[in-house]
Every structure is written in C-alpha cells, then in structure tokens.
Design a protein around this ligand. Structure first.
Ligand code: SF4
Length: 635
C-alpha cells in the first residue's frame, strides 16, 4: 500500500492493521462476560455495523450511585437503496421489542438503526439478521457504507430500475472480502446469502486497472481498509432525493433515447462532517469527474476507491475523507490520478437537467398496476406512543399484505407493491392507529430532518431529534404571524458538527455547539444542490425565532416570485442579512394561531375565493351574501 503522508498513522490505523481483517479483539471480547468493549474492539465493531453507546440521560445518576455507564449497542443494518423485504422488517420489529428500546429508527442513509442492545445480546441480534439473508457488515466503519438510491419503486421508469440495480451491484462490488463477519456472528455457519450478479463476482475477483489490486485477503481495501468512511449514491437525472452532492462518490444514470443504460455521470468529493473551531475541516459538495460507460463502471468505482485508499490521509482522521483529497489536489489532478488507476481517459459528464428535491410521500402509481404509499415518519422514529401506534400499524400492514418497504433518505417509509383494492384498508388502518395522512402533515415537518443526538449518541453536544418538533412549531407560528403561513423551508438539525442529517445543505441548518446553543447555517437551496454557509456561531435555541424575525420580515418584503427562503438568503448575501439583524428586532404582535395545517389554510383560502366570486357575480357584498345564506337557512 502506498502511503502519501509522512506523519505516522493514526491510532485507528494501528487497530485496523492489528485486527486480522476485522476480527480481533472483537471476537475475543464478544465471548467474554462483560458489559462493554475496549476501545480497539469498539473500532473493529463499527465495521460490523454497531456502535457502543450509553444512555447519557442517566450517566451522572449512575456515576453518583457508583455504577458503571448503562452500556448499550446501536446496530445499523445494511439496506442498499433502502429496500427492506417484509420478512426482514418483521424480524427487526421483533428484535427491537425483545432486545432494544422497542422502536426502530430510519436513518438519513436509508437504513435501520436499533438502539439499546446489551452486549450480551448482540450476537443473537446480528445472527438473527444474518440468518434472514441480511447484513450489518460495513454499515459503519472505514468502508463503503450503505449505497443510496431514489426510494421510489417506479417499475415502468427504466432510469429508476437501473439506479436500484446498480446500487446493489456497486454495493456488492465494494463490500469487504473478509470472512470475519460470518465467523464472528454465526460461527462460520453456512447461511444463505443474497446472490451476487456474475459480472460483479468476476470484478470482485479480478480487480481491474493497474495499481488497484493489493496483496492479502482484501484485494481492494487492503489490510487497513479505507482511511475513513466512504459514502455513495446513485440517482437519475433531475432527482435529488439522495442528496447526491453530499456523497464521496455519486453516480447519475444516463440512458439513450431508447431508454437503454449507456453509463453514468460520476461526481466525487462531497462530504458533510467538520469540527467546531477547526477551520481546516469543512463540508464540501461533490464535483463532476466525468462520464463512464456502463461496461467500465466497476473499474472506475474500484479505481476511485483505490486512489482514496492509497492517498487519503491516514494520519489525521479529521482530514481523512476523500473530499479533502479532491479539494487539496483539485479535481483535475484527482482525475489524472484516477485515470492512471483506471487505465484510460474519463470523458466529460453528459448534459443533465437541474436536480429537484423529491420525497414521494402520499399515494403514487408505481407503473405496473400497483401503488406505493409514502408515509412521513417524524425524524425516522418508528414507535408506539399512546394513541400514536405507528410501529403497530406498519407491522400489521407488512404482515397482512407482505409489503416490501423502501426507506427514503429523508427518514420516511414507502410501502410498495400495493394492489388497488388494498388502498382503502391501508388508509383506514393508518387512521385507526393515529397516523395522519400526508395532507395533514405540515409542509415544514415534511421536509425537515434531525439526527438522533442525545441521549444515545456519544458525540452529541446538544439535543436534536427530541427538540426539532418544537423548533419547527415555533418557526411555523412565526411564519403565521408574518402572514407567511404557506411558506415552508428545509430545517435540518444535528447535535454536533458531524452532520449526519446533512445540515450544511439545508435552507436553515442548526448544528449543535454547546448545551442549548446551535451554529446557524443559511443559504442552502431547496433543491439541495448548494452548500449553506455559517451565518452565526452560537444562537440559543430559545432565541431562534427572534433571531430569524428580521430576515423573515425582509424575505416577505423583497423576495422574488416563488423565491424560497434559502435562495433569498443566498441572493441578498450575509452582509445584507446582518444589517437587518441590527435594525429590525421588534417582535411581532402576538396572535393566537389557530391549530391547522397549511393544507387547511389552503382549503379556507379556496372557500373564501369561491364566496367572493359568488358575491361579485350576484353584485352583493360578502356580508350581504352571508346574511342571505343565514335567512335561507332560517326559512
Ligand atoms: Fe451524533 Fe453528531 Fe451524528 Fe448527531 S450529527 S447523530 S450528534 S454524530
């Protein structure tokens, strides 16, 4: 392996090197009767899909009582393109009840997370998943993570079908070769595994291009695997549901006018993570590398991974993502080096239409006579809570109709392959379990996201999932007071700068800074194709609406037709916004906002317009029309 840096390798590099291809000390410690793993085992465990956490809400209480932390494991599944077969969903639902906190969480990368698993139960839980022909291998760790694709199960749109097909193929292509996963979790037992396509199998064995193959049991990833996590997605032109610019490696399906797959436009070097007060760390959006024909896409994917393997920074993990390599070298040099590994020139990208944000919520025809239903899941949390029985409802429907589920990158769930005759029962089941139809979910809730943060995430500096609901509600109330009730913009919130909910692409990004305080990012686009920028270092969560007020007042005054809040912030610039901040801080006159959704506002508006037109056609005022209606009623 070629190392490009002169500084020594980081501690994690040493752990990987000594792990015997992701085996030790995990295998030994898993067999021990202890409540938690050592630091080296924790690092290896990540590659197997799990993080060691503890309940931070009770950390201090336990310390005072002389108890150790309440150690629990968070397990993440590998769900390429977010597709979850019905059997797996029912298995996970049961595992969450039997071994976790009784709920499931859809991640922003289309996978599931189970929180709250005791170390003693981890082998049972992973083993059960493996025996269901599924996996958690490489869901975390310094490897290619879950590959994303648009969640919509359109069966009659070839580009969507190709995106799913190649998400699976490239995920299989880049998967680690090590046998340690099956040795550890099912004791080497032969378990049925999903079929790998023959062309992928061949490419995994041959590893094309000079310099791509390395010696040892991992011919692509090597003894040390990648310098840092590696995230990829495949999408179709115009569909940015996967946040394509945030990926290390992004593919856009290119078809010809007969809808045949010609190849892919390839983007490289996106990434969200950064560290507060470390100016050398920053989010970046992916750049265009070029077009690859379909018969060479595996070679190019392997070449890009090998370039990051050999030249990514292995001494400083904060500088190890591929985005820094692309940024430090510049896209031209990066491309030249990739071409050397690839063994050929890379053509320029083919023209593509502009991207749009898509979420596929509500009912849609999927193109084969069946339907799919997108259900909004607040922050991806599938749970039962009083009369809100989402977990029970989904289990009932998946069991009754054997529905596959597609997880979306916005942490929502799509139920697919629904016969037209099942629709009424599905609507009724959801209603009886307290699940609001999409028309009754507020637009802002629909497009906002938060990471889990406290109490489970060890890196969280602030709350996120547990408070975003109240943040959205307060901002919606402010918009109502400003007579902007039908306005909605993307809010994304995280408990630390790692950026799991991709806050740096949002129209309003809130990044946990210190307890109760958030860094504010503004200027992202509603299409998620432009990076936001830091507007304020520290705003207390309780001051957020006061902080936003002058901007929203000005937005109302000077916005262009159909301009979104994010586009407005980007157009007017931060100096302009900061001047507003200094001059317009008056709070609006408090008004009591009726509890209703944007949809109901629209209905009332339509009713008002209809009555106004009727009054005009009769040549009477609205009041006269109303009194005529009352008299007619009393008659
Ligand atoms: Fe944890 Fe930070 Fe990711 Fe949130 S963004 S889940 S706090 S690592």
């Amino acid at each position: 392996m070629v190392q490009s840096k002169v500084k020594g390798p980081s501690k994690v590099e040493v752990i990987k090197e000594n792990s015997d291809y992701l085996r030790e000390p995990l295998a030994t410690e898993l067999a021990q009767d202890t409540t938690h793993f050592s630091e080296p085992a924790i690092q290896v465990l990540k590659f197997h899909g799990a993080y060691q956490q503890d309940n931070r809400d009770i950390r201090q209480e336990r310390r005072q009582a002389g108890l150790e932390r309440d150690f629990r494991m968070m397990l993440r599944t590998r769900q390429t393109a977010g597709v979850v077969p019905p059997d797996l969903y029912l298995t996970l639902d049961r595992l969450a009840d039997d071994y976790g906190y009784g709920n499931l969480r859809v991640t922003t990368r289309q996978a599931f997370q189970l929180h709250g698993i005791l170390k003693a139960n981890l082998k049972t839980v992973v083993g059960t998943i493996v025996r269901s022909m599924q996996s958690t291998l490489a869901a975390c760790g310094d490897v290619e993570r879950n590959i994303m694709a648009p969640a919509a199960p359109y069966r009659d749109r070839p580009a969507y079908v190709y995106a799913h097909e190649y998400a699976v193929k490239i995920a299989d292509l880049l998967l680690p070769h090590t046998s340690s996963y099956y040795d550890i979790w099912v004791d080497g037992e032969t378990v049925p595994l999903p079929e790998i396509a023959p062309d992928v199998k061949a490419a995994r064995e041959t590893i094309g291009g000079s310099g791509v193959r390395v010696d040892g049991k991992e011919p692509l990833l090597g003894t040390h695997y990648l310098p840092r996590k590696f995230k990829s997605a495949i999408t179709v032109p115009g569909d940015n549901s996967v946040d394509i610019y945030t990926q290390d490696l992004g593919f856009v399906v290119i078809t010809n006018d007969r809808d045949e797959l010609e190849g892919f436009n390839v983007l490289v070097g996106g990434g969200m993570g950064r560290t507060h007060k470390k100016e050398q760390t920053f989010p970046l959006i992916a750049k265009e590398l070029g077009f690859v024909p379909v018969d060479r896409v595996y070679d190019l994917a392997q070449a890009i991974v090998a370039v990051q393997r050999d030249h990514g920074d292995r001494s400083d993990r904060r500088h190890a993502r591929m985005k820094y390599l692309v940024n430090d070298w510049g896209i031209e040099k990066f491309k030249q080096v990739v071409e050397d590994y690839f063994g050929g020139d890379i053509a320029p990208c083919r023209p593509m239409p502009a991207f749009k944000y898509e979420d596929y919520l509500g009912w849609h025809e999927q193109g084969d006579g069946k339907w799919f239903l997108g259900i909004s899941i607040e922050n991806g949390r599938i749970k039962d809570d009083g009369s809100f029985q989402l977990k029970t409802a989904l289990k009932t429907l998946v069991e009754r109709y054997e529905l596959p589920m597609h997880l979306t990158p916005q942490q929502n769930v799509i139920l697919a392959d629904i016969e037209p005759g099942w629709r009424a029962d599905i609507d009724d089941t959801l209603k009886r379990h307290g699940i609001a139809p999409i028309e009754r979910v507020s637009s802002m809730t629909r497009i906002s996201m938060a990471c889990p943060a406290l109490p489970t995430c060890g890196l969280a500096q602030t709350e996120s999932e547990r408070v975003i609901g109240s943040v959205v509600e307060r901002i919606e109330k402010l918009l109502y007071q400003l007579e902007l009730a039908d306005e909605a913009f993307q809010i994304r919130m995280t408990g630390c700068p790692n950026g799991c909910a991709r806050p740096y692409m949002a129209e309003l990004g809130l990044v946990g800074n210190s307890p109760g305080h958030y860094q504010v990012w503004l200027g992202g686009s509603p299409r998620n194709d432009r990076l936001a920028r830091t507007f304020a270092e520290k705003v207390h969560i309780d001051s957020l609406t006061t902080f936003l007020l002058p901007m929203l007042q000005d937005f109302k005054r000077v916005r262009r037709p159909s301009e979104s809040f994010g586009d407005y912030c980007d157009r007017v610039g931060f100096d302009y916004l900061r001047a507003l901040e200094a001059t317009e801080l008056d709070a609006p006159t408090p008004k009591k906002r009726p509890k209703r959704t944007s949809k109901s506002v629209q209905i009332r508006q339509t009713a008002y317009e209809r009555l106004k037109a009727e009054a005009q056609s009769k040549g009477v005022s609205l009041a006269e029309l109303a009194s005529q209606a009352i008299e007619a009623f009393l008659d």
